[in-house]
Design a protein around this ligand. Structure first.
Ligand code: ATP
Ligand code: MG
Length: 480
């Protein structure tokens, strides 16, 4: 038996005293359990979500707590789950009655009956999530740790309270949660758990895509997302979730020529980018930036391995992948597509940085140029220190040139210096093909550096272009 521990200091928020009082009024025992306790002990900052278990009715306890609070906050009741939630200041408290759960084969939603605190701890996914701190007066702050969760927090182990095979099979979402916590907390999944996940991997198919994506987001938002994706691969779950990434695995060799393993390269890129951005969608872009490489891979005797057009193919695959995972097909998806589509552009120009190439890059990337550069810098995974330095230097030059060119030509959010209306007025013509041709020619001339992005010069250029197209300038018509 481990020595009794007291975690009174975890309960400094005034809400806990209120819950204690409410529990006393209703003559029931209550506990704070799960993520709050775990994160407090790990010193991950105080959680904003607090989960309370009542041995009795969680809903009644929530109502009593609300009564005792100065502003009697609204209690939100979720009848189907037998839970209740209220907000007190910046925190959210969820109340549930202690329960016992039993599962059927085809659903992760259990049959529920009232139970003891012990029953309730048994139904928790991991030992580190089953820790409870008592809130009653008598033992305020006492930790109840029936499964050695405190020890597992110390040794950084993800372990299930009961038989892992049953735990994961009952609710396969726990497989994703195990991997997510291992990634977020930098913990190891114990071998028996890992084995159980491998054995039940196909059960992931009963989990809704939304829940899976939630966990993927959390893995991607961790400090080192590769930990999670390697575990997803190792357990076989990734085959079910994102086969596109599995297709990037492996190295082929023909006539002594090899290409790199694009799966592990991708994971390195994701880790790299995570040091420089917390933007979830830019991290998604890093994860998917090479997915077009599997279907476009060819071997050519002269040049070796090629992946022609993988950026275009990849950006199309982004759409299919988002759709399959039921992710919203919105601006975020378009952003990821754009990043994938443009992912090689800065690399191509980095070896020979010309003004016009940089101008075109900034023009095409628009508002996302910074993100694109961040992605491309993360894409440098060479282990050769000389090359590593050289590539980074090249990008520095590109960035410098970007600033210069942008200062001069403002192509980032390009507004044509001569409008269609001005063209129509000048030549007294109605909307027609010629206007498009002239506008395109002006844009091209600016991007090529033939003319600066200025009205007067562009206007002269327009007059010349119009003449070439056989248009007559309105003010000169009478002279003819
Ligand atoms: P986070 O909020 O960071 O995701 P958490 O541990 O608080 O971590 P929640 O999903 O908020 O996770 O769940 C709260 C608690 O409910 C968990 O700590 C765990 O005890 C329990 N729990 C959540 N999901 C499951 C599950 N699928 N199976 C068993 N217990 C679970
Ligand atoms: Mg939580």
């Amino acid at each position: 038996m481990s020595e009794p521990k007291n975690y009174k200091e975890a309960l400094q928020h005034p809400i806990f005293k209120t819950i204690t009082k409410a529990s006393k009024n209703l003559q029931l025992e209550s506990y704070v359990i799960g993520g709050f306790v775990r994160d407090y002990i790990l010193q991950r900052g105080t959680a904003k979500d607090i989960d309370i278990v009542a041995v009795g009715s969680g809903i009644e306890l929530a109502k009593e707590v609300s009564k005792l609070l100065p502003n009697t906050p609204k209690v939100q009741i979720f009848k189907t789950y037998g839970t209740a939630m209220l907000k007190a200041g910046d925190i959210e408290v969820e109340f549930v009655g202690a329960r016992k759960e039993s599962y059927t084969r085809d659903s992760r939603n259990p049959i529920v009956e009232n139970g003891t605190l012990e029953d309730d701890q048994n139904r928790r996914d991991f030992t580190i999530n089953a820790l409870a701190i008592q809130l009653s007066h008598k033992n305020f702050g006492a930790v109840l740790d029936p499964f050695g969760g405190l020890e597992d927090l110390k040794t950084k182990i993800i372990r299930t309270p009961l038989d892992p095979s049953i735990t994961y099979s009952d609710d396969p979402l726990r497989m994703m949660r195990a991997i997510r916590f291992a990634t977020q907390l930098n913990f190891k999944i114990e071998p028996a758990s890992l084995y159980a996940i491998k054995s039940h991997k196909e059960r992931i198919e009963i989990i809704t895509k939304e829940r899976i994506v939630d966990e993927l987001h959390k893995i991607l938002l961790s400090d080192k997302p590769s930990v999670g994706f390697k575990l997803l691969e190792e357990t076989g779950l990734l085959h079910y979730i994102m086969p596109e990434l599995i297709a990037l695995k492996g190295i082929d060799e023909v006539e002594g020529q090899r290409h790199k393993d694009n799966f592990y390269h991708t994971l390195e890129v994701v880790d790299n980018i995570s040091e420089n951005t917390n933007d979830l969608w830019l991290r998604w872009a890093a994860l998917l930036h090479d997915i077009g490489k599997a279907p476009t891979k060819r071997f050519n005797k002269k040049v070796g391995w090629t992946f022609h057009g993988h950026e275009f193919v990849g950006s199309k695959m982004v759409f299919k992948l988002f759709k399959r995972l039921k992710m919203p097909l919105n601006e975020k998806m378009k952003f990821v597509q754009k990043m994938v589509l443009m992912s090689s552009r800065p690399i191509v120009i980095a070896s020979e940085v010309t003004d016009s190439a940089v101008r075109r890059l900034v023009f095409d990337a628009g508002d996302y140029i910074e993100e694109l550069m961040t992605l491309c810098e993360a894409d440098i995974t060479t282990k050769n220190p000389k090359r590593f330095k050289k590539y980074h230097n090249n990008f520095k030059i590109v960035r410098q040139k970007m600033v210069e060119v942008e200062e001069r030509d403002h192509v980032r959010n390009f507004q044509p210096p001569v409008t269609g209306e001005e063209i129509m007025e000048t030549f007294n013509i109605r909307p027609s093909r010629e206007i498009g041709i002239i506008k395109e020619a002006i844009k091209e001339a600016i991007l090529e550096g033939i003319i600066p992005n200025e009205h007067d010069v562009a206007y002269q250029f327009m007059l010349k272009k119009g003449k070439e197209l056989g248009l007559v300038i309105e003010s000169q018509k009478n002279l003819e």
